[in-house]
Design a protein around this ligand. Sequence first.
Ligand code: COA
Length: 198
Amino acid sequence: MTQSQQHEQHEHTSKMVLFKLMQMSDCRMVFDWLQQPRISKWFAPIDGVNISYEEYTDIHQRKIEFSNKPLSETHHQQYYVVTDDDGTPFGCISCYNAKHDPCFFEKSIIHPNETRDTFGIDDFYIGNEAYLNHHLGKQILTAFIERVLKPNKFIGRILIDVNPENIVAHGLYNSLGFRKIAEFDDPGYNRMIVMELL
Ligand SMILES: CC(C)(COP(=O)(O)OP(=O)(O)OC[C@H]1O[C@@H](n2cnc3c(N)ncnc32)[C@H](O)[C@@H]1OP(=O)(O)O)[C@@H](O)C(=O)NCCC(=O)NCCS
């Protein structure tokens, strides 16, 4: 099974989720998803909100070019489109290796002597509203951790960040075992809680 075709059986419905590395041809759909107020309120311009489509594709062209290396070997973030078992896209999720981000060292979230890689999950949302509230958010995260992150042999901790006002996402991460390790004001994102899964 390739990293871009990971899947997990859903415990509540017969649907499965699959992860496909994002391509430039996905940009229009993903950009339109991001502009929905229920999503855009949790994201910043660098993620693709409150900017033009041209600016968005410019940012992503560079990101997508480097996104197919193993996570342990790259400092580039990897972006995935989530599809159901019919191949219908309905959400997004991304991951990165936190050891390449000096901000995590400054805030003592990562320590210089860590022997394993700490991976972060980011840019997570269900873009197609018809897929909300079916426990698919939970299923996406579980499958992503098991099928995309855990096969990396140097994996240690997993981080995820959330605005404390995002009650649904915070509750979801909590229910999956993520625990708060830091909270701070992040320029462009307002307040941010960082949670870890051991
Ligand atoms: C976050 C998101 C992906 C969750 O997807 P979803 O399919 O609606 O969520 P699920 O049905 O899988 O998860 C439901 C879980 O969320 C949590 N949750 C939902 N509503 C909640 C509430 N009002 N209070 C606390 N927790 C809540 C619970 O843990 C719940 O699980 P449970 O029903 O077993 O208790 C989706 O709401 C979304 O796309 N939101 C907009 C973008 C976003 O906020 N992204 C995250 C940025 S950090």
